[in-house]
Design a protein around this ligand. Structure first.
Ligand code: SF4
Length: 172
């Protein structure tokens, strides 16, 4: 009997199915927990800062989304919010901040300047932070309204919930 003709043992198949079920449910649970426990790191460089403050105020209550507490150390944050224009001189700093954040991490480009350079068609401004780091959500507007930022947070939450969250990475 060669290796190809060995029948699959039902018990082994059951164990594999149980593992698959467990990892699927674990992914859902981890996704649910992560999407409601976002810790933003505000990388604020320009006038969009006023709108960031407005979003963080009481009327918009980002606590509803578990995203109310900004962290000012990249090592304690999982959502990098790039708020405002980024110049080529600032680009290495932004990259370093991103690299210091632990996985899993997400990035939000807050406003048109962070998303595409905005109206700064010159040699000094970076034409979108996606030239430097991966971006999960782009928020348009100059500046974006708080409702648009909240919409961006909700889109990010959807993305997190649909993503893979490998905690158990091997069969036991
Ligand atoms: S998008 Fe508009 S408000 Fe925001 S940093 Fe650029 S110029 Fe300022």
């Amino acid at each position: 009997m060669n290796a190809k003709s060995i029948p699959i043992v039902p018990a082994a198949r059951g164990k594999s199915a149980a593992f698959e079920y467990l990892t699927t449910k674990k992914d859902e649970l981890a996704g649910w927990a992560r999407k409601f426990s976002l810790f933003p790191y505000p990388f604020v460089t320009a006038c969009c800062a006023m709108e960031f403050m407005a979003v963080s105020g009481t009327p918009y209550d980002t606590d509803r989304f578990g995203a109310a507490l900004p962290r000012f150390s990249p090592r304690q944050a999982d959502l990098l919010m790039v708020v405002g224009t980024v110049t080529h001189k600032q680009a290495p700093v932004l990259l370093k901040v991103y690299e210091q954040m632990c996985e899993p991490k997400w990035v939000m480009a807050f406003g048109v300047c962070a998303s595409s350079g905005g109206f700064y068609q010159n040699y000094a401004a970076v034409a979108g932070i996606d030239k430097i780091i991966p971006v999960d959500v782009f928020i348009p507007g100059c500046p974006p309204r708080p409702e648009m930022v909240i919409d961006g947070i909700m889109q990010l939450q959807d993305k997190i919930a649909r993503g893979r969250h490998p905690i158990i990475t091997r069969e036991f």
